[in-house]
Write a protein that binds this ligand. Structure first.
Ligand code: GRF
Length: 206
């Protein structure tokens, strides 16, 4: 079994990164994390990468708030390519990726979002669902495309909103499911990567 070379990009606490690295370490997930990248110098996700002995990089984002400076994004693409990355996994990465990355990794960038997309794109989606009085919300793994939180949906898990929930308790339950869903979707990419390399074909398929 060939291991799928991945990179994980995040800006924050890195609980999804941890869940993925744990699954890889336990042998459940045939992936190999070549790089963890963060745009935040003090992000715990970088400590998690160090704890697991994974190469990690702080990427100073430049002068914009929601995107990487174009030269920085080019630098990111070079780093990912040099590391031989085949799948880019966004796990709480707070920068919108643009053409250089999207073009370099078509249908090879995925993201996890804490709502049942297309409902509640944007930030603090669990809070949006809670305030809207929904009875069910959840999490979604999707391809990353130019329009934020709009790429093709790969998988979802539902969470029931309980009468005594707070936004925080709801978020905590969504995250537990995220930690199951994201490795499962990556496992599917690993399978397709292996099948494609045996047939010498391209991947992922449409
Ligand atoms: C997750 O809730 C994910 O859905 C969203 O950002 C959060 C990242 O959490 N995109 P963590 O850093 O993996 O704990």
């Amino acid at each position: 079994m060939k291991h799928l070379p991945i990179a994980i990009l995040g800006s924050g606490k890195g609980s999804n990164c941890r869940a993925i690295l744990e699954r890889i370490r336990s042998g459940d997930l045939a992936a190999e994390t070549r790089l963890v990248v963060s745009d935040a110098l003090d992000a715990p996700i970088l400590d998690i990468a160090r704890e697991f002995g994974v190469a990690n990089v702080y990427l100073p984002p430049g002068r914009f708030r929601t995107r990487l400076e174009p030269a920085v994004e080019e630098q990111l693409v070079r780093m990912l390519r040099d590391a031989g990355v085949e799948l880019v996994v966004l796990a709480g990465f707070m920068r919108v990726l643009h053409e250089p990355t999207l073009k370099a990794f078509p249908r090879r960038i995925i993201n996890i979002h804490p709502s049942l997309l297309p409902k509640f794109p944007g930030i603090e989606s669990w809070k949006q669902a809670f305030v809207a009085g929904e009875t069910v919300t959840g999490c979604t793994v999707h391809y990353v495309e130019e329009q934020i939180d709009h790429g093709r949906i790969l998988a979802q898990k539902e969470v029931t909103i309980l009468p005594n929930d707070t936004a925080e308790s709801l978020h905590a339950r969504i995250q537990i499911l995220e930690h199951e869903l994201y490795p499962a979707v990556i496992a599917d990419f690993c399978k397709r990567y292996n099948e494609a390399s045996q047939q010498n074909g391209g991947w992922p398929d449409k």
